[in-house]
Design a binder for this molecule. Structure first.
Ligand code: GLV
Length: 314
């Protein structure tokens, strides 16, 4: 069996994979063109944004394991139409992602983005730097999946009340009210901060537009660590420019990399990061053991973990 891995692996990761399946042949590269040329031999592919051409040129491909949680960028027609199993790395991102969300929330609330600008200009001005409080406020979580559950736990430590939406509502620790997706308006209207922790699917694409942003409190913050196209960017831009909401922490955008002339760079009520919320130096140390567990199952012909429902999109 040949496994094509498009990722930056250390020797220890390769050793972990070989220990699970000594007979496999690993083709490891960080070069997309190289991945395309090696693709025809692969039975298994591992990576985050595998090139569509690689998948199209792989007649023996049976299984794709994504090193990311979201697979919207991977569900090409070639993958949907063929009998190719897709699995994700969902479950490994909670620590960096939740810390990123709270870093953004705390920075916005405590106005650290203003303080940093002032520091750059050697200015001491307390007026622009007096922040608010997260404690006592309501955090609305759109998508109470693995990440949402972990966010709620941390929000409780900041003494926030938590509400949120979940596709199939069921009680979630630390969440006062779990609503179905139809409860979106209620969550937006009641929250002092809203976090988007949803996958990008046909149901969530464009979910947050002008109507939804206008439902939010003018004092509220919006954090998007899901996918850019869940929010209608033109409406968000106006919301931020015209004060329909107080600010935003954005890690994901409709177009990535965000073009240098994007107006989002210039908004003083935005903290933006280049799609790094789920990443840390420990990323592969979590991703590879999960892949190894799935590889062991695959070799034994057992059910894999984190299998994507291609119809649902996650
Ligand atoms: C990153 O965006 C991921 O989906 O893991």
């Amino acid at each position: 069996m040949k496994i094509l891995i498009l990722a930056n692996l250390e020797d220890r990761h390769i050793a972990q994979i070989e220990a699970v399946a000594p007979d496999v042949e690993l083709m490891v590269t960080t070069d997309r063109n190289m991945a395309i040329s090696l693709a025809p031999e692969a039975e298994v592919m591992v990576g985050w944004n595998l090139p569509r051409e690689a998948i199209a040129r792989a007649p023996n491909l049976r299984w794709i394991h994504s090193t990311a949680a979201g697979v919207d960028q991977l569900l090409f027609p070639e993958v949907l139409e063929r009998d190719i199993l897709v699995t994700t790395s969902s479950g490994i991102h909670a620590i960096p992602l939740c810390e990123h969300v709270f870093a953004m929330l705390l920075a916005l609330s405590r106005r650290l983005h203003h303080a940093i600008c002032q520091q750059i200009h050697h200015r001491w001005d307390r007026r622009g730097c007096v922040g608010g409080e997260l404690g006592g406020g309501t955090l609305g979580i759109l998508g109470l999946g693995h990440i949402g559950v972990e966010l709620a736990k941390r929000a409780a430590a900041f003494e926030m009340r938590v509400i949120g939406t979940k596709r199939t509502p069921s009680p979630v620790p630390y969440v006062e009210r779990v609503l179905p997706p139809e409860g979106l308006d209620e969550v937006l209207a009641e929250s002092d901060a809203v976090v988007i922790a949803l996958p990008l699917t046909p149901q969530t694409r464009g979910l947050i537009g002008e109507r939804e942003l206008r439902l939010m409190k003018p004092t509220a913050f919006l954090i998007n660590v899901g996918r850019g196209p869940i929010v209608q960017e033109a409406a968000l831009l106006r919301a931020l420019q015209e004060g329909w909401i107080a600010g935003a922490g954005l890690d994901v955008f409709e177009q990535e990399p965000l073009p240098p002339d994007s107006p989002f760079y210039d908004l003083e009520n935005v903290i933006l990061t280049p799609h790094v919320a789920g990443t840390s130096p420990r990323y592969m140390d979590r991703a590879i053991p999960l892949f190894c567990e799935n590889l062991a199952r695959y070799v034994r012909g057992e059910m894999l973990l984190n299998v994507v429902d291609k119809e649902r999109g996650y």
